[in-house]
Design a protein around this ligand. Structure first.
Ligand code: BGC
Length: 250
């Protein structure tokens, strides 16, 4: 039997940073996740310190994968819609690598979550065009086709002159006190717009709210099969670890 490949996955979100060691050959967490709530926006240095606290918590000596909620080109963070704007332009690999003292691979948070779902979760064995959306503070998006991964920024599509995520993310339901029906119908219209442009063959809905899919899937009428994510809140952690493993093999 081959030894499990162990990578520390770290998922940076709008309200918390969390991590856990992952066996990348199975997608399983090797220990309970460690979470640091971030009710106030952290600066890049503070976020890097938080990542280092997670690594220290697990006495981590191996590689680390980090999922960040923004556009990543190479090593550079280009956008930061829901976190400190000082992240923009940062070399994220260096930022988190210097703080943790470990080799770091960096990717978009939704791309990470999608990778976990396509490898071990709701999209495993599916080779067609799949769209994964993560509904949380913002809306994350990624497309897959025949094993290739395309991080997207569909949460920033303009709807009635505003970013779609301001109206449709899970946070918008709370902020605007929408009923499941009101929010579900909004989400349905948004998903139909995405379908008209992208024509995915499978839609996977992730983010914490996907655990409550029975409350809102009924208001969405997609053309194709739509399924909840299987990893729920762990998708970002598992996927960040898978990304690091994938980068290591490249
Ligand atoms: C960011 C994306 C991110 C998504 C989910 C959006 O505001 O622009 O990069 O994937 O939020 O966190």
């Amino acid at each position: 039997m081959s030894r499990p490949m162990k990578v520390l996955g770290i998922d940076i979100g709008g309200s918390a940073i969390k991590g856990a060691p992952v066996d990348t050959s199975t997608g399983r967490l090797l220990a309970g996740r460690f979470k640091i709530e971030t009710p106030l926006p952290l600066s890049p240095g503070e976020m890097a310190d938080a990542a280092a606290m997670i690594a220290a918590h697990f006495r981590w000596r191996g590689p680390i994968g980090v999922g960040f909620p923004g556009v990543i080109h190479g090593r550079t963070i280009l956008t930061s819609a829901n976190l400190d704007k000082k992240f923009i332009g940062c070399d994220g690999v260096r930022l988190f690598g210097d703080a943790t003292g470990r080799p770091v691979a960096l990717t978009n948070d939704a791309a990470a979550a999608g990778l976990a779902e396509m490898t071990f979760g709701a999209g495993r064995n599916f080779g067609g065009k799949a769209l994964m959306l993560t509904l949380g503070t913002g809306i994350g998006s990624v497309l897959f086709f025949r094993g290739a991964l395309f991080p997207c920024e569909l949460g920033h599509l303009q709807i009635d002159g505003r970013d779609a995520e301001k109206r449709v993310a899970a946070s918008a339901r709370h902020r605007k006190n929408l009923s499941w029906k009101q929010w579900g119908e909004r989400l349905g219209r948004y998903i139909r717009t995405l379908e008209d442009i992208l024509w995915p063959e499978l839609i996977i809905i992730g983010g914490g709210v996907s655990a409550k899919h029975a409350k809102f899937f009924k208001y969405i009428k997609p053309r194709v099969k739509m399924v909840p994510a299987e990893f729920l809140n762990e998708a970002g952690i598992v996927g960040a670890a898978l990304w690091a493993e994938r980068e290591r093999r490249r």
